[in-house]
Design a protein around this ligand. Sequence first.
Ligand code: WTA
Length: 651
Amino acid sequence: MAKKKDENGPVDAHGDHRFPPPAEFKKAARVSDESIYERAAADPQAFWAGFAEELRWETPWKEVHTFDPPDAKWFIGGKLNACVNCVDRHIEGPHRNKAALIWEGEPGEKKTWTYFDLYREVNRFGNVLRKLGIKKGDRVAIYLPMMLESVAAMLACARVGAVHSVVFGGFSSESLRDRILDADAHLLITADGGFRRGKVLALKEAADAAVEGCACIENVLVIQRGIPGHECSMKEGRDHWYHDLADQVDAWCEPEVMDSEDPLFILYTSGTTGKPKGIVHTTGGYLTGTYATTRVVFDLKDDDVYWCTADIGWVTGHSYIVYGPLAAAATQIIYEGAPDAPDRGRFWRICERYGVTVFYTAPTAIRAFMKWGDDWPAGADLSRLRLLGSVGEPINPEAWLWYHEHIGSGRCPIVDTWWQTETGQILITPLPGVTVTKPGSAAKAFPGVDVEILSDEGEKIDGETGLLAIRGSWPAMTRGIWGDRQRFIETYWSKWEGIYFPGDGAKRDEDGFFWVIGRVDDVINVAGHRLGTAEVESALVEHASVAESAVVGIPHEIKGTAVAAFVTVREGFETGDELAGELKAHVAEKIGAIARPESIIFAADLPKTRSGKIMRRLLRDIAEGKALGDTTTLADPSVVESLKSQYDDEA
Ligand code: WTA
């Protein structure tokens, strides 16, 4: 066990800590011995099919799986509906009146939907979609805050066979427009607003700006969040209040029967080039993969109160708020706002009030909690917590140990889960009733998943840093990038023959545990959110003053990584704090607040290789204030010297 700070001085975060599952946890765990790994490895198809069989299929599958890289198919010939599996299936049994979603608005309103409430809502919502002409295969963009209706909106799309594309409510109208256009969405679902740190998010205004110039959008459906004194304009013929239409439709909405391989949703994520890519997920495999991992990784039992703090705008919200937990008939918490509104104890009061038992959040949040001090969690009764999870970026051992001690009271196993938008489901994780965890390691591949560390050339590497590689396929694996097959192949399937390349560096230790280091491509992970450096660069050069820019990630105490932007300005523009402030605001407006650069570094020139490539490694070192490495490949080494001395002067 970790030593308590007050007993024996500070904990050495880099010591050899190992945490076996507590005996009490293990005794009651769904999975409590290693045999699951052997069983899954011996017959992965039977292993996954076992979970799929717990779902409802309208037509059984004929074949479990085929994989012709990069094309995977799961539960071939099977027919099902994801919404029916997450809702209808539960109202026929003992879960009819079980709380499905417990919501708290940031200002403090509370609302609970049972599975039967959710059932009524998704039926009405599905009929509203049909009333607006939405049919199977149509794309629907969703731009909403964290509301109960947001979950209903996604499930209603699934019910009528429409493909949802959820866009995080913190993204700018321009980002929303790009995603609407790329997916050719016919309908946009938004709200009159939401709350974040006491401020009203003007979502409808942003949505209006986004659909300007989107010929594909026929209707905008607006959910009323209810914000006193806040009105939003409604465009005649295009905009509709959800509650008006919901009053006019039937209570029953016949679900579409979907093929296992029919698309369920598109979710955009950042890549190495400027344009975000639409990651496509299909129905049967995705539902099976998220359901299985929810059950096994979060050990969910009937009386658990589960809280995943992600937003539905990210994949974590899709897989571990909407599809996995609802397929597992979980009771879960949905909270609208910020963790420090109105004060830094908000999350812990929510845990206390609802008796949260399983809590899943991101390292960036944990680091913020750490900084805010131990008194906030100590002031709440967290004694019902029994399992903690982490996702989105590597968790540093200091944060892991703090989480374990101050949130979990040393009693709760921690599952550090590695996965991606593309993988759809957790692929590397401890099993809470089985694994002896080590702080900072995501432990082992989930049963039935084959992960290894390879070199660029495809040789196996042990004990040293290499590239994460995944062999074979798994049910929730992405089936492609929307409308861009070539990019799909180039991004994930061109490094090695038939092996998936996630873009992360990692190493494996002597116990076979994985230690994920982070992205090895031009994607940076800011506070657990993926950003392409090229995206930020192209936003910057759209500003009149910017001639050229290069963006790198630099270490940040809370965010893990922060954006640092090197900028050369056009003739006639004055560099300084004022322009730096303007450029930061410009990026936030173009992409969203998450992309706002932490620092802008003005430079006379940017260091390039002879072939004209910007030397990011060097820039990173400069931004971090490190000594210069090998600069011999530079076209003009003096550039770097002047850049470095300038930066040193400023620092
Ligand atoms: C990183 C989020 C280390 C990784 C679910 C990956 C992690 C990217 C972990 C995907 C973890 C996610 N340890 N790194 N436990 N979880 N990552 O698509 O770099 O938003 O490639 O999916 O986050 O981010 P995405």
